[in-house]
Design a protein around this ligand. Structure first.
Ligand code: HEM
Length: 179
């Protein structure tokens, strides 16, 4: 997983659990005094261990932690690649164009980065089916990012997952509707 994910996770943890919480989390995850640089790649397993440790500390499920983190990280992701965001885009347009316009450039600029491959079907102007399939099975992160993107555009969306890899489906189907 890209270092930017870890550096943002640290900000998220300090923001939601208070200063010092990151060191406690590293210990709880068995990662000692690990330091993450925003320009390097780190094992996915470390991200998973940190999310699981945060879940144990907060008594929330790992999926809830990932979704909250996705919501938190969205403004930062948008800021990093704002040059690629068209001025007329709103929430569903951005998500619909993430794969072709944004994740594609992320892969080119950071050869080690493997952002999820997203497929989208625009069902109507106000509704999008987001198809997520990644060996990381982090659909909760995708749902959180979608909510964070909606916050950024001042829109409210409903998010419902009609099938999920964590329940044995080959891919996750996430329906996003602007309310
Ligand atoms: C400006 C917009 C975006 C930027 C700059 C961005 C960038 C990134 C980066 C750098 C990663 C880490 C890749 C790695 O660790 O190897 C990532 C992963 C990911 N992105 Fe995006 N992203 C954006 C929008 C979105 C949106 C809108 C969604 C879905 C709604 C999304 C879903 C994901 C997921 C689920 C992952 C985790 C990797 C996986 O599940 O395999 N991203 N993205």
């Amino acid at each position: 997983m890209h270092g930017i994910v870890f550096s943002e996770l640290r900000k998220f943890v300090d923001h939601s659990l208070g200063p010092g919480a990151w060191q406690r989390l590293l210990k709880e995850a068995g990662l000692g005094n690990r330091i993450y640089m925003a320009i390097q790649e780190y094992p996915d397993q470390e991200a998973v261990a940190l999310v699981q440790a945060a879940a144990r500390i907060t008594h929330k499920s790992p999926a809830v932690i990932l979704e909250e983190f996705g919501q938190f990280i969205a403004p930062q992701l948008l800021q990093m690649y704002k040059a690629l965001v068209q001025p007329n885009w709103k929430t569903l347009d951005l998500i619909e164009n993430t794969e072709e316009v944004i994740h594609k450039v992320v892969r080119m600029k950071n050869p080690g980065a493997r952002p999820a491959e997203l497929k989208c079907q625009r069902i109507s102007p106000g509704e999008l089916l987001l198809v997520y399939a990644s060996p990381r099975k982090m659909c909760a992160l995708a749902k959180g990012i979608a909510r964070g993107v909606a916050n950024h555009f001042g829109e409210r969306i409903s998010v419902s997952e009609t099938q999920c890899m964590l329940n044995g489906a080959p891919e996750c189907h996430i329906r996003l509707r602007v309310m």
